[in-house]
Design a protein around this ligand. Sequence first.
Ligand code: ADP
Ligand code: MG
Length: 245
Amino acid sequence: MTSTPLVVLENVNKHFGDLHVLRDIDLTVNSGEVVVVIGPSGSGKSTLCRTINRLETIDSGVITLDGQPLPAEGRGLARLRSDVGMVFQSFNLFAHKTVLQNVTLGPIKVLKQGKAAAEARAMELLERVRIANQAHKYPAQLSGGQQQRVAIARALAMNPKVILFDEPTSALDPEMVQEVLDVMTDLASEGMTMVVVTHEMGFARRAANRVVFMADGQIVEENTPDEFFTNPRSERAQDFLSKIL
Ligand code: ADP
Ligand code: MG
């Protein structure tokens, strides 16, 4: 494991009106690292993810990606969105495009890849998420687990430096959770840099290098999964774990 900082948040604050949703957040995600973010609903986990690819602006502090401050707008922002992949709870596939088209759209439009090259690479990625045989179907013809694996392939197609997963299995029927976690575990072991918001503690234990526990907009605790799960230091974390484990 290298320890080159890839995503760095320094003293980040964000408000929604009167709500102080991110409070003095300091977080470094190193290249190749898997950071799992857990915490109660409303603690700011999604907002944290959304600030990293600048779906949300911040009020103060600094966020850098690969040493560069996040761009504010224009071409830099498009570049950022390809460097920072995002996988959402609700898949967000394009309903009127096939699986293959969902994966090739970004590479063709944004990365200016030729159609044949984009399709060849998309098929490789669909193999990797074990869904190549569904390439010509539409999202509605797939199960939730299959759609989420397509969403992961679509993120990978942009050659991101980091992928943010915001509760990627929360909307899935229970029997489909594991197939998505398996794909994510593979990615983790292949060295992809990942920030994963999840309530799947088994995944956190297996795949995370670090667990970050958030409550009320703050990072309350940050530790290895072993330490965090066996010996949570803060009362908030102890309380949270007692409810979900
Ligand atoms: P989590 O993902 O940990 O559940 P969120 O980041 O979604 O938490 O939300 C943190 C807090 O910010 C919640 O109280 C939520 O209601 C509020 N919030 C999130 N997005 C917005 C928004 N766009 N406008 C106003 N409040 C928001
Ligand atoms: Mg959330």
